[in-house]
Structures are given as C-alpha cells and as structure tokens.
Design a protein around this ligand. Structure first.
Ligand code: ATP
Ligand code: MG
Length: 414
C-alpha cells in the first residue's frame, strides 16, 4: 500500500487557474476550500480531473464575485447552491456550505450554512469529506485521512442512519469500495447495507444505473460484483442472471480503457431479451441498448457457429456487426467450449479493432443502381440486399474491380 501523497495534494494549489480561483473566493470574511474527490484523489496520487470547492459564500455572492474577477459563472445547480465557475477555460463547481435539515431516503432538504464541520458530516464517507484550504491546510473532521491511508471506505457516523437518509449511499458504498478499498468491505457498512437493502426500491432507476455503471469500471469491479451477488443485491440490480466468468475475461482485457456498457453486457446479457429488460430496468439510453442488443445477437451467432472461426469469418462478422460488440463477445466467451477461434481470427479482429485494417464496407449504393438505369423503387432495395449477401459470402472484397463486377451481376439480375 502506498502512503498518502502530501506533495501531490499541495501541488493542486500550484495549478494556476485553481489558485487564481481560490484567491478570488477567499478573503473579505469568506472562505473557500477544495473538497471531496479532488482532495481524496490527490492524496492517493491519482489523477485529479474534477475539482469541487465548498464556500461560505451564498450562490448570488459567488456569481457576483466571479463576474467582478472576470470569470464566467453558470448557475448549474443554483437551487442546491452550486455554481460552475470557469477560469482559463477550466470549469470548477463551487457549492455553498450545507447542512441537512430533513431527509426522506431519497432527497435532502438542505440549508446553506457557514460551518465546514457540519458540511463535512453530511457527506457520505470519511474519505470523501476532506477539504484543503488555500494556505495548504488539510482539514479532516471525520478521520478520513486514516481511512484513506488504510484504503478503507467507511460511512461518516452510524451507517444505518446515514443509509436511511439516502439509500443511494448503499450503491455508493460498493462503488467507492470498488474504486478505492484494498481489503474487504467495512463490516459495519456491509451489514447496514444488507439490512437496509429494501430501501433501494424507492430510488429512481437512473440514479441506480449511474452508480452501477461507475462501479462496473472501478478497479475492483469484479470482486465487488461478487460481493453484491453474495449479499443478495445483484439479481435485484440486474433483474436477471449474471455471468461472472465473462465479466472477468472482459475486465482483464479492457483494463486500460474500460467501457461501462460492455462490462454490463458481459455480466448480464445472455440473450436479446436481457438487453431489452436491462433497458427498462436501468433506464438505459437508446445507444446503450443498441450496444447490448448487438452483443446479444453476436453471442447467439457465435454460440451456434459450427466451424472454427478463422480470419475470413471474422472479416464477414466485422462487415455485418458492430466491431466493438464482436470484440467484446469473443473476449467474453474465450475459454468457453464454443466458439472455437483460430489464432488468425484473433489477429484479424485485433487489426479491425485498432483500425490497422479498415472494417469492410459494402461497396454498392442505391444511387449506383439508379445511375445504371434501374428505376427508383422497392426493387432497388431487394437487389442491394441480394448483392450484399453475395458480397458477404464472397469474402467482403472492397476493391474497385470487385465492385464493378458485382454491379454488372446486379444489372444482369435486374
Ligand atoms: P468521483 O470521482 O466519482 O466523481 P466524487 O467524490 O467527486 O468522486 P461525487 O459523486 O461527484 O463523488 O460527489 C461529490 C462529493 O459529494 C462526494 O465526495 C461526497 O462528499 C458528496 N456526496 C455525493 N453524493 C452524496 C450522497 N448521496 N450523500 C452524501 N454525500 C454525497
Ligand atoms: Mg465528482
């Protein structure tokens, strides 16, 4: 375990735009600090891309001061106190200090305050409640530094109480565990999450989806998904079965650039119906659903492919399907009895995915047929579909000679 990186933390304050921002929003009786994820990640020596700040100033005053300093201010979440301030092209979220006055398990009624301690204590986990002042002082009101050093995710205060205030914290507990923890989940947090599990049902599907997709690309996604399964969360979250082996293989191969929807595909899609159900269950976007459905169709093709897959078969599949879905489906099923995949097929796939070899594109268009004298109408579509089948069967050639030859055959047919 690496120790905490105090140097990286202080170097946040040397970022010119951020320093400028803090200088503007400190002074004249007001105080503004960096808070939350940026402090946590800097201390861990991880990249800091988003910086949130918390301030004693009220939203209108933030806007005022931003304008006087020549910064653009966007009231992105003004009702809960958040203003996005843009300095040298970089956006920073500045939020007025808050205190919870009322919670119902989903949303909190908050009051603006001027107390950094109360603001820290309404946050979810100790490692998320650290703040850093312009002078380099690190504030830790919840023992977050010790937990961060131990790579441990713990609720602030009593876990049951904190979960009942906002059941999404169950999902966040597992998500932050997956991203930052090194040992087993904190026993108190785990027990409370299990006991309060039914509370997840009152949350919107969108919020669950957001946390689940983030969890799926976290460092220890695979272990944590296992834990979710062992504690009876997973079937409820997915509304169906899970394939751990496939997730493991995909997660091992996409570590440098994990894509949440492909990990979800590997974990939870076996047939097309799974894709449709997950769309409803997690309110997925059309694009996300399209990817899951493409993956499902490829799985069913690959699982019933009778011959071993060779480079020519991959070329054909690449011409007819989404190349990423194909790559993920083959990675997910590697090590299963079917399909049998030749080494040259894996090479061909790699070249298509990296763009070294372009994915073959069917060389004829409706316009080509019209220009050759075939009248516009449904017949054009039929002829193209036939020609496309021939093209697929003949190796998906893309050279000019082949295209001319194919067009001749179509005209003859017509
Ligand atoms: P990430 O890098 O994943 O964005 P983050 O720490 O910035 O990590 P966010 O979800 O963006 O996480 O939330 C920002 C901060 O707001 C958290 O660090 C935490 O202090 C607080 N927070 C967010 N959601 C909750 C919640 N449901 N309950 C309590 N505090 C929360
Ligand atoms: Mg964040």
């Amino acid at each position: 375990m690496e120790p905490l990186d105090r140097q990286a933390l202080l170097s946040l304050l040397e970022r010119p735009a951020l320093r400028r921002l803090l200088e503007v929003f400190n002074g004249s009786g007001e105080e503004t600090r960096i808070v939350g994820g940026a402090v946590r990640n800097a201390l861990l020596g991880r990249p800091v891309t988003e910086v949130d700040c918390t301030t004693t100033m009220l939203p209108e005053a933030i806007i005022d001061r931003a304008k006087k300093a020549g910064f653009k201010a966007v009231p992105t979440g003004i009702e809960h106190g958040t203003i996005t301030v843009i300095v040298a092209g970089e956006p920073y979220e500045i939020t007025t200090l808050r205190e919870d006055v009322e919670t119902d398990g989903r949303y909190a009624v908050v009051h603006f305050g001027r107390d950094f301690v109360l603001d820290a204590k309404r946050r979810d986990f100790t490692i998320n409640a650290l703040s850093l002042g312009l002078d380099g002082q690190l504030y830790d009101y919840t023992d977050g530094v010790a937990d961060l050093a131990a790579r441990r995710v713990r609720f602030i205060g009593d876990a049951h109480t904190r979960i009942r205030e906002d059941y999404l914290r169950i999902m966040r507990f597992f998500r932050f565990h997956a991203e930052y923890a090194e040992a087993d989940p904190d026993p108190e947090g785990l027990a409370a999450s299990g006991a309060e599990r039914q509370g997840l049902a009152i949350l919107s599907k969108e919020r669950i989806r957001h946390e689940l997709l983030k969890l799926l690309v976290a460092r220890r996604a695979e272990d944590t998904i296992r834990i979710l399964a062992d504690h009876g969360f997973l079937t409820w979250l997915l509304g169906g079965a899970a394939e751990f082996g496939r997730l493991r293989r995909v997660a091992a191969s996409d570590k440098d650039n994990p894509v949440p929807i492909w990990r979800l595909a590997a974990l939870a899609v076996m047939v097309e119906e799974d894709a449709d159900r997950l769309r409803e269950h997690l309110r997925l976007s059309n694009d996300e659903h399209k990817n899951l459905a493409a993956y499902a169709r490829l799985l069913s093709l690959l699982k019933t492919w009778t011959l071993p897959l060779d480079a020519a078969a991959i070329r054909r599949l690449a011409a007819d399907h989404d190349i990423e879905a194909l790559g993920v489906a083959l990675t997910a099923t590697a090590g299963e009895p079917s399909p049998v995949v030749h080494a040259d097929a894996r090479e061909a796939l790699k070249r298509f995915r990296s763009g070294t070899t372009p994915v073959p594109v069917f060389p004829l268009r409706g316009a080509d047929l019209v220009e050759s004298g075939i009248p516009k109408g449904p017949r054009i579509g039929e002829l193209l579909a036939q020609a496309r089948q021939a093209w697929l069967a003949e190796g998906c050639r893309t050279d000019e000679g082949y295209a001319r030859e194919l067009l001749k055959r179509v005209l003859k047919e017509a």
